[in-house]
Write a new protein. Sequence first.
Length: 313
Amino acid sequence: MLPAGLIHKRFARFFLAFMAAALFFRIGPVSSVSAAEETNVACYRILAEEALVCRPQICPGIFYAGGSVSFHMAPGREEPKLLGPSPSWLTITVMDREFPVVVLPDSFYTGYRRLTPGPTDYWIITEYTGGRRGCDRYHVFSRPAPGKGVLYLGATTGGEAGRSGPVLSCRGLSLCLEDRDVRFKYFHTPHDQSTLLFPRHYQITPFTLSVDNNPFRDRYLQLARETEADIRKIPAERRDFPEAILTVNGPDAFFSDLRGQLLVRRTLLYLYAGETETAWRKLAEDIRRYYQTDRFLAQLQAEITQILAASPY
């Protein structure tokens, strides 16, 4: 159990958060985490949000997350092999009253958020996987209705790290979570020059967590149009077109120029929007337009297909 003084401190923080939320909904938002949250802020209420750290005076110990849910936190059993915020290197057992829901193994768990669109309550724990190429993952829990037990819905695949917390929005009756798909971040390009990161959306229901980009199809098509404009901005009058879209054969090949990366970016955006025929047709046409040969076209198609097949999009 936590010391009484610490419980009082937590209660005080919760009270202040509650009052701030009340003012927020009374006078309207002043700022927001993202455009998605700004336009959908009224569809759910954030009940609590805090960082998770393992301080010596309270860890191992119990963190009360609201609604009969608690996190039994302890320092990770093994030394971390990857870099990350050491106070957040934890093992967490998520409890619903005295019943264990799931044990989250050693990792960097940096914070949690409790929210409700009503009548379902949700808890989202943010995990940082660590290291130079670390990702943020979100573990999602639900209480489908008052009086029901808490369910572990699963975790996201892992997206771009560094966000302040889960980006949430609503589509119809469903709560949606957005992260940044990083599977193509190093695709034939140095990571610091990559434009190949894409929004990926998860639908959260009281009983499921699943990738569902279909409600955001118009957004992908708009991004594809913007990428098309960037491609056309590159001067078309050139005396020396590159021989091919990639510099050399093999997995270590880089794009010959920025246009090549943009062509692949547009292709992926069309694929995310479900426009498969358009994606491949425009890629083939423009490779033949801007390069001396269409060498590597089949290779790019095969690599993209293989990467996307590994998980839903």
